[in-house]
Design a protein around this ligand. Structure first.
Ligand code: AMP
Length: 608
């Protein structure tokens, strides 16, 4: 069953935006619906103060910033009020379609613009669990997400109708998030100007100081599930990570405090919206504090550079926060080298603008290679703040906002996050470091630099894998400690991620080496553009170090020469003994390489 939002509102069968009289009709309806949802406040504004003890979903904060711009996308600006009101309308329809049921899984297949936010808020206002999909994923992956989470309803943007219809199965419904919803949200502009699409005869009196009513009672959000994010599936089929409203609030506030998010911030959003990085760090953090999120439909180097440099941008619209994954920084550097590197004045200008206008640049979701850290600093004057996190725990470790950011390290625990490093020894498991926001302790018998599995505990840690008790029990203990599967060490006041224990710790000739560390060295080679280091089974050495590299354009990389070059840089046992050159590495949206798949593909005879 497919519903069009506007048809539900208008009770006509199917209405499309192109029909401007219909649009006007919708706008009229919207203005009529609004007053019932808007309670005009008394002169002193009654706002809900942000509280970290009480769980308040993001939309509950909207009234504090009602007339501020929440989102800017390629179509225009949307205030918090506009987003709230459109979401509320959509929430009514969702409730109707799901016959008042709550806790249903609702898949989002929306473009990266205000419609995604409206759909997300609408799901939460109606008490549903959001399952964000990625339009670029192959169909079988999307099918796995919707089947595994037993999606009852798909919210699809108009451009994804065909795609969404391929995911329809018996009992599943679809609701079209028509552009009209977004257009209506825009009417509630920062100066309360009525959009040009609204008829001149329809001046709507939107009083300041509205209280925005919508959503369920606060108690509902105290302990209910909000979001299912699917893991990248490097260790089996993707699992649905269930995050509660409380998890989301703790994850967001932990970052808001540490990175000093405030309502003056403007962040550029170029990340996919099915992943924790794009959802929590870049979208929800700003929306919790009344800041502005500038959404690009997708990552494009020239667009990002033009935003970073605020070309043709009034001062109040300049972005001052940017967050991305290492591959994005690598691509921006490549573009910079192509376009600006021979222009000394431009280079100076870029550095000045970035240093003076941007307050924070963050990297995460994959290891940040040292050459990228250094080069980015050279170009922009920013020492990238690297942080570590994962879908199951949100962000756990972060370099400081103020203070020394150590390249190759991921800093210390964020507020409310407890971590420990557990090493496997002959005598059994042993904690070799344990810390929180305030301090890290090395227990007696352990020393700095000891490597073990990183474990995380705290209110940011997910509830469970969706309907997968076995997988949950494997890594989430009854004591609340979650085993991340990442190897880490603590040294000199900071944590370092050594790699995924399952693929990045290579045991060769009795030595343990980190694939990430070797990759960082190799990326410092002048002829290597990108690389992945993997372990191959070997009769003599246990495992062999193999490098799969992408040579720079017009360059050749030869094993004997690479080994010679490596001698002065890395331990002899870490130097790759196998080399394969490829044109590009298969990285996912977050810049990660699935190494198990890579070995299967590149060395089929070696893959188990
Ligand atoms: P995801 O759940 O898709 O965000 O993936 C989480 C995984 O990404 C972690 O378990 C790490 O293996 C990796 N990761 C995230 N941030 C970093 C980082 N700064 N350095 C190294 N690995 C990272």
């Amino acid at each position: 069953m497919v519903f069009h939002w506007s048809s539900l509102i208008c009770r006509s069968k199917c209405v499309f935006l192109k029909n401007s009289s219909v649009l006007k009709q919708l706008i009229r309806l919207h203005s009529r619906v609004s007053p019932s949802m808007l309670h005009v406040a008394r002169p002193q504004k009654s706002v809900t103060p942000p509280s970290e003890n009480k769980v308040l979903p993001v939309f509950r904060h909207a009234e504090r910033f009602a007339s501020r711009t929440a989102i800017r996308d390629r179509h225009g600006d949307y205030t918090y009020e506009g987003i709230f009101l459109s979401s509320n309308q959509l929430a009514v329809q969702i409730t109707e379609i799901l016959r008042g049921r709550q806790g249903e899984r609702v898949a989002l297949l929306c473009p990266n613009d205000a419609s995604y936010v409206i759909a997300q808020w609408a799901c939460w206002m109606s008490g549903q669990i959001v399952v964000p999909l990625c339009q670029d994923h192959p169909l079988p992956v999307m099918e796995h997400y919707v089947r595994d989470s037993d999606v009852a309803l798909i919210l699809a943007g108009q451009e994804y109708l065909e795609l969404a219809s391929q995911l329809m199965e018996k009992g599943r419904q679809m609701l079209v998030v028509e552009d009209a919803l977004r257009v209506l949200a825009r009417r509630h502009g920062p100066n309360r100007a009525v959009s040009s699409l609204a008829a001149a005869d329809e001046e709507v009196d939107l009083q300041p100081n509205h209280i925005l009513k919508g959503g369920l009672d606060d108690e509902f959000y105290a302990d209910s599930d909000a979001l299912i994010i699917y893991t990248s599936g490097t260790t089996g089929p993707p699992k649905g990570v269930v995050l509660t409203h409380s998890n989301i609030q703790h994850q967001a506030y932990s970052l808001i405090r540490s990175w000093a998010w405030n309502e003056k911030d403007i962040i550029l959003h170029t990340l996919p919206l099915h992943h924790i990085h794009g959802i929590i760090n870049v979208l929800l953090c700003p929306l919790f504090v009344g800041a502005k999120c500038l959404m690009l439909p997708k990552f494009e180097t020239s667009q990002v550079w033009s935003q970073l440099l605020s070309i043709n941008m009034p001062a109040q619209d300049r972005i001052n926060v940017f967050m991305a994954v290492p591959t994005i920084y690598a691509k921006l550097i490549e573009e910079y080298d192509k376009i600006f590197s021979k222009n000394a004045r431009m280079k100076e200008y870029i550095k000045t603008v970035c240093t003076q206008k941007i307050r924070l640049m963050v990297s995460g979701s994959a290891p940040l290679p040292l050459p990228i850290f250094d080069r980015w600093e050279e170009i922009t004057g920013h020492r990238l703040l690297e942080r570590y996190g994962m879908s199951e725990v949100g962000m756990a470790l972060s370099n400081p906002l103020k203070g020394e950011r150590k390249p190759g390290f991921v800093g210390t625990p964020l507020p409310q996050v407890q971590v420990k490093i557990v090493a496997s020894t002959e005598e059994g498991e042993k904690v070799v470091a344990e810390g929180n926001e305030i301090e890290t302790r090395i227990p007696p018998g352990a020393k700095e630099g000891d490597v073990g599995e990183l474990c995380v505990r705290g209110p940011t840690v997910f509830r469970n894998y969706w309907r997968n008790r076995e997988a949950t029990n494997k890594c989430l203990g009854a004591d609340g400690w979650f085993k991340t599967g990442d190897s880490a060490l603590y040294s000199n006041g900071s944590y370092k991620i050594v790699g995924r224990s399952s693929v990045d710790i290579i045991k060769t000739g009795g030595y343990k080496v980190s694939a990430l560390e070797i990759e960082t060295y190799l990326l410092g080679h002048p002829d290597i553009q990108d690389c992945a280091v993997v372990a191959l089974p070997d009769m003599t050495w246990g495992q062999k170090v193999a490098a799969i590299v992408v040579p720079r354009q017009g360059k050749e990389v030869i094993l004997s020469k690479l080994r010679e070059w490596s001698k002065s840089r890395m331990a002899h046992y870490a130097i790759p003994t196998v080399l394969k050159c490829v044109e590009h590495l298969p990285r996912n949206h977050m810049g990660k390489v699935n190494k198990k798949e890579l070995v299967k593909h590149m060395f089929p005879e070696k893959a188990k």
